[in-house]
Design a protein around this ligand. Structure first.
Ligand SMILES: Cc1cc2nc3c(=O)[nH]c(=O)nc-3n(C[C@H](O)[C@H](O)[C@H](O)COP(=O)(O)OP(=O)(O)OC[C@H]3O[C@@H](n4cnc5c(N)ncnc54)[C@H](O)[C@@H]3O)c2cc1C
Length: 406
């Protein structure tokens, strides 16, 4: 029987603890908060989107993207589904997104903690780990009020995202001590700051299509809801683009998004607008755009096109019509920053997959040290993909790190 210490009682740490305990090890989870799984309660707007029906490497970014498929293997995903089913979670599947049928993230928290407790995992709360050393084949883990010698360590401290839940980036410092080369952690799945601000559109939600251009080159396209804010933009499709934008900005690239505010218009927009205006020639621009756009948004687009709300579309010059149509079809917004770790759902970057044995999550250089969860440079889009990384990596590390099968 090995003594295994898991640093961090979040999603990946608790799952690792369950799998390690099932192998008859002594398992101790050290968690700095007074309760484990704090972040889980916030996921999926309190409902926890814990899995997805559809998996593909393209839903992730990583410096070692060729290794993602080894983690995302279909048998691993099936094992995660079986794991939650056996813990008694009944899923509610919406557009492929898995939530617990209760629509409460606390369901996921409770089933994980109940299983860890049933198996006899020791969870030490309010235990901030301050140092980890390796002496020969053993590790010495130091907390504020205890020191534990152990055979294996699983690092599950999370990233720097949402630090009020306990993940403040400490894990990266420990890993640097062990000479891991980290991909710079940056905020991911995060709202974005625009260069030009539009306070008038604050609070507007709109279904849009967005194209991302990096240094003028087309990079990606997303469809979904955007939330316009006084500082810039937010919403799921912005989050999904933000992982790439965050990295691009850190490399000094120019990041620009083009927003199609009326994606239901499948044809060229100028003839469509002409036809639409002809149907109601007595309507002012404000009234006309108000027929399909949020009124605050319509006002911003009219103003940005140097037009007046009381103008009539059919009386505009060709140049004015083009300007307005371009703003509806392809509103250009330069992005100059992210809202930072405090507002980011994940960190992009972290421990390189190539530095680990991706079948066990053990470090190739430091034997007995495992890395799981968001510490990894495996950055998912919205849709349950980041928790999936936590479940799979926790499961792999826990079941590989010693002990024997039932
Ligand atoms: C608002 C929000 C919504 C989200 N929604 C979703 C979603 O619906 N679906 C999805 O897939 N993903 C979602 N995510 C992302 C997902 O929650 C994370 O990727 C995941 O929880 C990370 O798990 P983890 O175990 O790696 O780290 P964490 O959950 O951050 O856990 C790390 C733990 O380690 C502890 N710790 C850190 N340092 C120390 C130390 N030195 N000593 C002791 N303990 C320490 C921390 O207190 C923390 O409890 C969301 C994230 C946020 C912030």
């Amino acid at each position: 029987m090995d003594r295994i210490v898991i640093i961090g009682g979040g999603a990946s740490g608790i799952v690792a603890s369950i799998f390690a305990k099932r192998k008859h090890n002594q398992v101790i989870v050290l968690e700095r908060n007074s309760a484990p799984l704090k972040k889980i309660l916030m996921t999926g707007n309190g409902r926890c989107n814990y899995l997805n029906e559809c998996y593909h490497e393209d839903f992730y970014t990583s410096e070692d993207s060729d290794l993602i498929s080894s983690i995302l293997r279909s048998e691993h995903i099936q094992s995660v589904k079986d794991f939650f089913e056996r813990l008694g979670v009944v899923p509610k599947i919406k557009n492929g997104y898995y939530y617990p049928f209760s629509s409460q993230a606390v369901t996921i928290k409770n089933v994980l903690l109940n299983e860890a407790k049933r198996l006899g995992v020791e969870i030490h709360l309010s235990s901030l780990v301050t140092n980890i050393e390796k002496n020969g084949s053993h590790f010495l883990v130091t907390c504020e009020d205890e020191e534990i010698q152990c055979d294996k360590v699983i690092m599950a401290t999370g990233s720097s995202a949402y630090p009020k839940t306990g993940s403040d980036g400490m894990g990266y410092s420990f890993l640097k001590q062990f000479h891991f080369s980290l991909i710079e952690p940056l905020p991911g799945l995060v709202p974005l700051f625009a260069k030009k601000k539009y306070p008038k559109w604050d609070g507007v939600r709109s279904d849009v299509a967005i194209e991302l251009f990096e240094d003028g080159e087309f990079m990606a396209r997303e469809e979904g809801e955007i939330q316009c804010t006084s500082y810039g933009v937010s919403g799921i499709c912005i989050f999904n683009l933000s992982n790439r934008i965050s990295r691009g900005l850190s490399l000094g690239k120019k990041e620009e998004i083009h927003i199609h505010f009326a994606p239901f218009i499948q044809t060229l927009i100028t003839p469509w607008m002409n036809d639409y205006a002809k149907k109601c020639p007595h309507k002012t621009l404000e009234e006309l755009l108000g027929g399909f756009l949020n009124e605050k948004l319509a006002s911003v687009l009219i103003e940005e096109s140097n037009l007046s709300p009381t103008d009539f579309y059919l009386e505009l010059s060709n140049e004015q019509k083009l300007r307005l149509c371009k703003n509806i079809r392809s509103f250009s917004l330069e992005i100059v920053g992210t809202k930072g770790f405090d507002s980011s759902q994940i960190c992009i970057g972290g421990v390189r997959l190539k530095d680990l044995d991706v079948h066990t999550m053990e470090s190739k250089k430091v034997k007995g040290l495992y890395v799981v969860g968001e510490l990894l440079d495996m950055n998912g889009q919205c849709g349950g993909y980041n928790l999936t990384t936590c479940w799979i990596s926790g499961m792999l590390a826990g079941s590989s790190c010693g002990g024997k099968d039932d």
